[in-house]
Ligand binder design. Structure first.
Ligand SMILES: [Zn+2]
Length: 334
């Protein structure tokens, strides 16, 4: 039985493991491993930092030496969940939703993000919104080192649902996006009672609505609850149960209801965020990591409430939202 905890891996179900980075910051995404002992394995997500991605592959090694990795899943298009794909064996098939793969094609490649983060460090000293955008952009990767070239893309896609079989173990994929991103996928391992939610769950860490619509995200949370799993592994934060899913749902229901009047009055997102984080209802969410992300989600909500179709943020929308997030941090509002 391969149940000896490999260093860094947490056993979360029968032959199901996770590499957890519990604070759940920008650089701290979780990854998973499903093993069919003596037969085959499946990896869920890879980290964007080159050294961390290698480290995860190394600690997985003892568990997969007799159960080679034949399948991998990327839960969505954000780089922190797939830029480590080059650490996967070349023979492993990589699956994601068609919408997520489209997002991977359209998003900035890792080399561009490296350039922007470096430029951001310099720009961060410039006063005004450009400086604030730069400073926030530099916060996201921090000291992470991204791959120089675009990593291997998924080679297999599906539209809404897909069943993979890993050495006889069923693993069910469902696309529940567009919500956090265009093609959010969850990974359900029914025989172990485990769900990897990707970034449809942030635990103890403030979620970000990049794409929308928000209703899809709350529907996705209902779907996660309906699966009634023993353990959920969020994209960021510690593993959890249904109580934490309901908290994320409460956050979105609160933000949706509380922000609408600000939008209706024409209050800009930064001022709305300032008022919202000072409200009594926000107290229960205040200690989540990166509370300033509230204004990133407001940017998306406002975009949709203005009558635009949900979609990934343009460079301009993202830059404005980053400047607002940095403002909240600098003035000590959050
Ligand atoms: Zn993420």
């Amino acid at each position: 039985m391969a149940q000896t905890p490999a260093q860094g891996l947490t056993r979360i179900g029968d032959d199901v493991w996770a590499f957890l980075r519990p604070r759940g910051g920008w650089r701290e995404a979780n990854t998973g491993l499903v093993v069919a002992p003596g037969s085959a394995s499946l990896v869920v997500d890879t980290m964007w930092d080159v050294a961390w991605a290698r480290r995860v592959a190394q600690v997985q090694q003892p568990l997969v030496s007799r159960a080679p990795i034949t399948e991998a899943v990327n839960t969505h298009s954000d780089g922190d969940h797939w830029w480590g794909n080059d650490t996967l064996p070349a023979t492993a098939r990589i699956t994601t939703s068609a919408a997520a793969r489209q997002g991977m094609r359209e998003d900035l490649p890792p080399a561009a993000l490296t350039v922007l983060a470096t430029a951001g460090q310099l720009l961060g000293r410039v006063p005004g919104p450009i400086g604030r955008t730069g400073a926030y952009m530099a916060r996201i990767p921090g000291d992470a080192r991204f791959p120089r070239r675009l990593p291997r893309m998924p080679d297999h896609t599906f539209d809404t649902t897909e069943r993979l079989v890993v050495g006889g173990r069923p693993v069910d994929l469902e696309r529940l996006g567009p919500a956090h991103t265009a093609g959010d996928v969850i990974v359900h391992v029914p025989d172990a009672g485990v769900v990897f939610s990707g970034d449809l769950l942030f635990v103890g860490s403030t979620p970000v609505l990049w794409h929308g619509p928000l209703e899809n995200w709350t529907d996705a949370l209902d779907r996660l609850l309906a699966l009634d799993a023993d353990v959920y592994v969020p994209g960021h934060g510690p593993m959890c149960g249904s109580a934490e899913i309901r908290e994320v749902r409460d956050y979105w229901m609160w933000l949706d209801a509380a922000a609408r009047p600000h939008h209706a009055r024409g209050t800009r997102p930064l001022d709305a965020a300032r008022a919202l984080v000072r409200s009594a209802e926000f107290v229960r969410f205040r200690d989540w990591h990166a509370p300033e992300r509230i204004v990133l989600s407001l940017s998306t909500l406002y975009h949709v409430w203005d009558g635009n179709p949900p979609g990934p943020p343009t460079v301009v929308r993202r830059a404005r939202a980053f400047a607002d997030a940095e403002a909240l941090l600098r003035e000590g509002t959050v």
